[in-house]
Design a protein around this ligand. Structure first.
Ligand SMILES: Nc1ncnc2c1ncn2[C@@H]1O[C@H](COP(=O)(O)OP(=O)(O)OP(=O)(O)O)[C@@H](O)[C@H]1O
Length: 324
């Protein structure tokens, strides 16, 4: 479904690759966590899958397509098969919940009848029944992320990519979001999620691919986050508030019990990871709602794969192939 073959990504002006000769394959229906310290290459991996970035060398196949062979013109069509969720939600602030989700379908030319059926269905699925007329600023952070997830999956993409989707949420709210992602995965959608949050990874016991300085240092079926005691930046984010701390403790104790029950063997043995300065703060940062304008619409559309980006010249065209 997603296959990395000896992929390296070197950003211009960088001294070392962000992604350094990595190989992995994600099968249809898997739930995979990408973990690792800040700067280890998690977001770059997701951007490469989305063809937002191009590898410096190596090959990436997604849904049967060699990404190197998809022309710029076809990129938006390719991206429609991938749902994307971000840490900062990226909702359109002057559109209602309903309109935020409908917008995705309108841009790709779905009929009014289809939209009128699909949007209420997906809002119900994510637990936002009855909140369609609210604006993003009238929702909690968790509800805003549910809208973003609804928008990502309303067109039933076979793959959902999530980059720190719980990064702005307290642990109790995060647990609800993770249940929702699990439910979406149980419905057959392949989920690849980058995260720093050890409690979540430890509790879920799904496949874990750990990156360190752009290399895969662990690929473990049914894994945990890693030895968070040794590596400072892998510790779970601290949170403020008694209920959040209680929820985090509950997750940690369940994870400890699960650890005792199951000790899965790594596919690639873990290697020591050099500690680096922690970069994440303990505050819960809710994103600022920005003023809506045309640029917002275009930026959102582009990042969701609804609009063509890049130059228009020179590449061979190739039809986006069937789902593998
Ligand atoms: N557009 C860019 N231009 C230059 N360097 C970049 C760019 N994006 C990322 N990098 C660098 O590539 C490396 C990997 O970054 P990346 O964002 O993929 O890591 P990450 O694991 O997602 O980090 P975080 O958890 O902090 O989001 C870092 O050294 C980063 O500074």
């Amino acid at each position: 479904m997603i296959r990395y073959e000896n992929v390296t990504k070197m950003y211009p002006g960088s001294k070392r690759p962000a992604v350094d000769g990595i190989d992995f394959e994600v099968e249809r229906g898997e739930f995979v966590f990408l973990v690792g310290a800040s700067g280890s290459g998690k977001s770059t991996c997701l951007q490469l899958i989305l063809k937002e970035e191009r590898p410096s060398s190596g090959t990436i196949h997604v849904l049967g397509n060699d990404l190197g062979s998809i022309s710029n013109r076809k990129v938006p069509y390719f991206r429609r098969q991938l749902g994307v969720v971000f840490q900062d939600f990226r909702l359109l602030p002057n559109k209602t919940v309903y309109q935020n989700v409908a917008f995705t379908l309108q841009v790709i030319g779905k009929s009014r009848g289809f939209i009128q059926e699909a949007v209420p269905d997906v809002l119900k699925m994510v637990g936002l029944d009855g909140k369609g007329e609210r604006y993003p600023h009238e929702l909690s952070g968790g509800e805003q992320q549910r809208v973003a997830i609804a928008r990502a999956v309303v067109n039933k993409p076979p793959v959902l990519l999530a980059d720190e989707p719980t990064g702005n949420l307290d642990p109790a709210t995060s647990a609800g979001i993770m249940q929702l992602l699990e439910r979406i995965n149980a419905g057959g959608t392949t989920v690849v999620m980058a995260t720093h949050e050890a409690g979540i990874v430890d509790k879920m016991r799904r496949r874990v691919i750990q990156l360190h300085e752009g290399k895969v240092v662990r690929d473990e079926r049914s894994g945990g986050y890693g030895n968070t005691g040794i590596v400072p930046e892998l510790r779970p984010q601290e949170v403020k508030g008694e209920s959040a701390l209680a929820a985090q403790a509950a997750v940690a104790s369940e994870a400890a019990a699960a650890e005792l029950e199951t000790r899965a063997q790594p596919i690639i043995p873990a290697v020591p990871v050099t500690p680096a300065a922690p970069t994440h703060t303990s505050a819960i940062n809710l994103p600022q709602v920005e003023t809506e304008d045309a640029a917002d619409h275009l930026g959102i559309a582009e990042s969701l794969g609804l609009r063509r980006d890049g130059d228009q010249t020179g590449e061979d065209e190739q039809n986006v192939g069937p789902v593998k």
